[in-house]
Ligand binder design. Structure first.
Ligand code: NAP
Ligand code: MG
Length: 408
């Protein structure tokens, strides 16, 4: 065995739940620790441990991400009433992802892993489409009132100090109906815009932003103006030099263009649009298990994870002693994403190279016909395609990785 590759700065590791926890440990033991001399700053976000520490462990993990700049996270259970019973929790904990996102003020970028033998449903998509979703406000923290009798609905803003209230008529109801109030903040939109430009620049891809400012002439226009201002002030020259573009278009026009595009750009979207379009992109490329996710903060901290959840149903089969064919790809790419970023920040090219080799080894395994059950259903039919268990898959990735590390 050759000498291990030294990773200069500690990598923050957040452990998680259920089947992803099982896979996470396999990846760490089989694909990471044998090759790297690395210090892992470990936080156990298992639901029981979050409960025992009153969620302090989640906050500590977020603080460590701020301190070191890069973390990798396994999927975690978001507590529901059923989960409170199942794990005998003291209370219904908040979603760890929401807690970490709030602590880092980050934007989430989702990107599919493309392999040659799984064609996207949209044949023209040659390169990944990265979705940047503004994960704050709008209908996700809206207020709604059901109207049952005739009456007048108004939108009112009352300034804290001096100044007149502003009132606008929403609708004069003659009968039953419905109203909704939503908001966003300048600081959240500004940091969303800044993070999108900076991530597009880092990845050297065009940035698209789309909204409906023709109809929503104040609300959506507000978003558009933040993007334009950020572009003109901080990115125009840099984008020119890098040969990439910023481009605004109406959301409906964007959808039509995206479907006809070759891919290979970052699509920034408002909260609801991003929610919907990230599912569209994920399903068009085959499997949830092939979607990666990175949380980027405006001051340059990164948290890498898989977009999928804890794969609960597979876990119950695993507990019964079955060997499952759960797909570890997005979890592997969480590790490689984190390691590549760590290597770039530390300026250690061997670490970046290791991350690239591991990604290639994983993709080539699938391209060689060895895959988990979810992919077998969507891959190009071939007589050499073979469904394997998670362990067998990782074993094959590990074999290819060893070859790459010694040959090159
Ligand atoms: P999920 O874990 O993503 O799984 C949904 C289904 O997608 C699975 O049942 C499985 O289908 C398929 N799938 C997802 N990942 C897969 C993989 N790696 N390999 C093979 N198949 C995969 O979503 P969920 O069942 O809605 O949520 C389970 C738990 O995860 C919940 O407690 C939720 O709170 C949590 N969650 C966490 C995160 C996060 O930490 N980022 C995100 C989402 C959900 P089949 O069963 O049909 O094979
Ligand atoms: Mg969604």
């Amino acid at each position: 065995m050759k000498e291990k590759i030294k990773v200069k700065t500690p990598l923050v590791e957040m452990d998680g739940d259920e089947m992803t926890r099982v896979m996470w440990h396999m990846i760490r033991e089989k694909l990471i620790l044998p090759y790297l001399d690395i210090k892992l700053d470990y936080y156990d976000l298992h639901i029981k441990h979050r409960d025992e520490t009153n969620d302090e462990v989640t906050l500590a993990a977020a603080a460590a991400t701020r301190k070191y700049g890069v973390s990798v996270k396994c999927a975690t259970i978001t507590a529901t009433d059923d989960r409170v019973k199942e794990y005998k929790l003291k209370r219904k904990l908040p979603s760890p992802n929401a807690t970490i996102r709030a602590a880092l003020d980050g934007t989430i970028f989702r990107e599919p892993i493309l392999v040659k033998n799984i064609e996207p449903f949209i044949k023209t998509w040659e390169r990944p489409i990265i979705i940047g979703r503004h994960a704050y406000g709008d209908v996700y923290s809206g207020t709604e009132i059901r109207i049952d009798v005739p009456g007048r609905a108004e939108l009112t803003f009352t300034p804290e100090g001096e100044g007149e209230s502003v009132r606008r008529l929403i609708h004069d109801f003659k009968g039953a109906g419905i109203i909704q109030g939503i908001h966003n903040t300048a600081s959240s939109i500004a940091s969303f815009a800044r993070t999108c430009f900076s991530y597009a620049y880092e990845r050297k891809v065009d940035l698209w932003f789309s909204a409906k400012d023709t109809i929503s002439g104040t609300y959506d226009a507000y978003f558009r103006s933040f993007f334009e201002e950020e572009y003109n002030r901080n990115w125009k020259e840099k984008f020119n030099e890098a040969g990439i573009e910023y481009f605004f278009t109406l959301i409906d026009d964007a959808v039509a263009r995206v479907v006809r595009s070759k891919g290979g750009f970052l699509w920034a979207l408002k909260n609801y649009d991003g929610d919907v379009m990230s599912d569209l992109v994920a399903s068009a490329v085959g499997s949830l298990a092939m979607m990666t996710s990175v949380l980027v903060s405006p001051n340059g901290c990164y948290e890498f994870e898989a977009a999928h959840g804890t794969v609960q149903r597979h876990y119950y089969r695993y507990l019964k002693g079955e060997k499952t064919s759960s797909n570890p790809m997005a979890l592997i790419f969480a590790w490689t994403g984190g390691l590549r970023k760590r290597g770039q920040m530390d300026e250690t090219s061997e670490v970046v190279r290791f991350a690239n080799c591991l990604e290639e080894a994983a993709k080539e395994t699938i391209e060689g016909g060895i895959m988990t059950g979810d992919l077998l259903a969507v891959a190009h039919p071939s007589p050499t395609n073979r469904q394997v268990t998670t362990e067998e898959f990782l074993e094959e990735v590990s074999r290819r990785l060893r070859e790459k590390l010694e040959i090159r």
